[in-house]
Ligand binder design. Structure first.
Ligand code: GLA
Length: 474
């Protein structure tokens, strides 16, 4: 059987047919409980030879499959924190690296932030509300303009140099991270011609990838602001138009049918504020963070999430089908008190999954506005309760949570967080918790312990301070 209990994730999720998973999970839990006395902190990975007090956790092998395995060792007793990079130092180092790799100095270095969404999930493509904030974690792009319509793209995190012509990007297709950069050039070329947007780019990502923190939007937005500053014909572009270009790059070139929240906050964030986004017309209102005693703790579960795998798009299409069947432009026009109307129920009953999906979207829109009111009243417990209600709705109605996210939320709440929820598209990625400043370490330690106990890969933690938008660094 292709399974080892020491694989670091819930193996029953992938290795067993759905019908068998519950049984396997139950047996594994029994094994975990039964063997609890034998789990010990130790520094040795050899079977049965854990010794106390040396800073890792040893796990016994689950006998359900009979596979022999070495006890898993987690060298993490303390939570691991991801600190934002120092802007000036990172830009200077990237400039040098660019010159060494590409033979000339770049014209400058730009950066764009990732984001966490405090509430309002899967609402943007339904014309609804969201409340994201920019992270201090940014992606940096050293850029040099070319005159020949060629793109040469390199990453400090990946090997190799991607090279192609701007005019070929749409026709030939681009895979992986270069699509988010080449896509922006291809979309902006419609305004000024392909020759004008050829560039050499070296990116350095400090937004965790696959963590649901919009590393992809940070990537495309960093090039968008660079091209606006470097290409004369683009210098008059409004920030709203830049957002549209980045969304189109992601939808049309990278193949992710995302809704625009990420690019909006990356380009339009206001330092120290959340951004109340009304996705009906993409207007934004800065909302001050009024809870100085509290902060948003981000738990990057390291369960990789991807928006291009079909699950995200499937939900989007269900919502669009529901809106069309109800003869609405978008689900934004449906209020919560109409959810129980007989005519609405009978229309939604004809579309697979629609009743629950629509209930999430409609109630989530209300939660966003309630949370903004809670913030204005400095009511941390109301804010927290709404975050937790959002998680329950995403888990049960929208079905985009994951074991790792649920473990993080429950552990954070159990350790005293005011509220907690998954953030971003889901299916892995990150959870957030509203935590009193003095309890951040305690909550992080409790989440780490819950992950280790559940046999999950230990998470990484970030402190989310609402930060500034994309712009030039050097
Ligand atoms: C991803 C998408 C966003 C939004 C969220 C879910 O982050 O990029 O547009 O739909 O998922 O709220």
């Amino acid at each position: 059987m292709p399974w080892s209990c020491c694989s670091g994730r819930w193996p029953w999720r992938t290795a067993f047919p759905r019908s068998d998973r519950r049984t396997v999970r139950r047996r594994c839990w029994w094994w975990a409980l039964w063997s609890g006395g034998r789990w010990s902190r130790g520094g040795d990975t050899g079977p049965g030879s854990c010794s106390p007090g040396t800073g890792s956790l040893c796990f016994p092998c689950c006998p359900v499959t009979g596979t022999s395995c070495t006890p898993r060792r987690y060298d993490v007793e303390q939570p691991v924190w991801s600190a934002p990079a120092d802007d000036a130092a990172t830009a200077a180092a990237l400039q040098d690296r660019f010159a060494a790799l590409l033979g000339q100095e770049p014209d400058g270095v730009w950066a764009a932030p990732g984001r966490v969404n405090v509430i309002g999930e899967h609402t943007d493509y339904n014309g609804g509300f969201a409340l994201p904030m920019a992270l201090p974690h940014r992606t940096y792009a050293a850029v040099r303009r070319r005159e020949d319509g060629v793109l040469r793209l390199a990453s400090a995190q990946r090997r190799g140099l991607w090279e192609g012509r701007v005019e070929d990007v749409r026709r030939d297709g681009v895979c992986g991270w270069p699509a988010y950069v080449a896509g922006v050039a291809a979309v902006l070329a419609e305004r000024v011609g392909a020759e004008a947007v050829g560039v050499d780019v070296l990116v350095d990502g400090h937004v965790p990838v696959g963590a649901g923190l919009s590393s992809s939007a940070a990537l495309s937005c960093s090039l968008a602001v660079a091209l606006r500053d470097l290409v004369p014909g683009l210098s008059q572009m409004s920030v709203e138009d830049l957002v549209t270009a980045c969304v189109r790059a992601e939808n049309e070139v990278a193949g992710a049918a995302t809704g625009g929240m990420d690019q909006t906050v990356s380009l339009r964030a206001v330092d120290g504020h959340l951004l109340l986004l009304d996705a009906r017309d993409f207007t934004v209102v800065p909302v001050a963070w009024t809870l100085p005693q509290h902060e948003v703790l981000v738990v990057d579960t390291r369960a990789h999430h991807s928006l291009a795998d079909g699950q995200y798009e499937r939900r989007r299409r269900t919502c669009e089908a529901a809106a069309a069947a109800l003869r609405l432009t978008s689900l934004r026009e449906l209020s919560a008190d109409r959810l129980d109307d007989a005519d609405v129920r009978s229309v939604l009953a004809g579309i697979p999954d629609a009743p629950a999906r629509v209930r999430h979207v409609v109630t989530e829109n209300d939660r966003v506005l309630d949370l903004v009111a809670g913030l204005r009243e400095q009511d941390a417990s109301r804010v927290g309760a709404l975050m937790t209600a959002s998680h329950v709705s995403l888990r049960d109605d929208y079905e985009v949570s994951a074991v790792e996210l649920d473990v993080a939320v429950e552990a954070a709440l159990g350790a005293g967080a005011e509220g907690a929820r998954m953030t971003g598209g889901g299916f892995g990625g990150s959870a957030i918790a509203l935590v009193r400043r003095e309890e951040v370490d305690v909550v992080a330690a409790a989440v780490l312990a819950a992950f280790v106990t559940a046999g999950l890969t230990p998470p990484v933690f970030l402190e989310a301070a609402p930060s500034r938008p994309a712009g030039r660094v050097l």
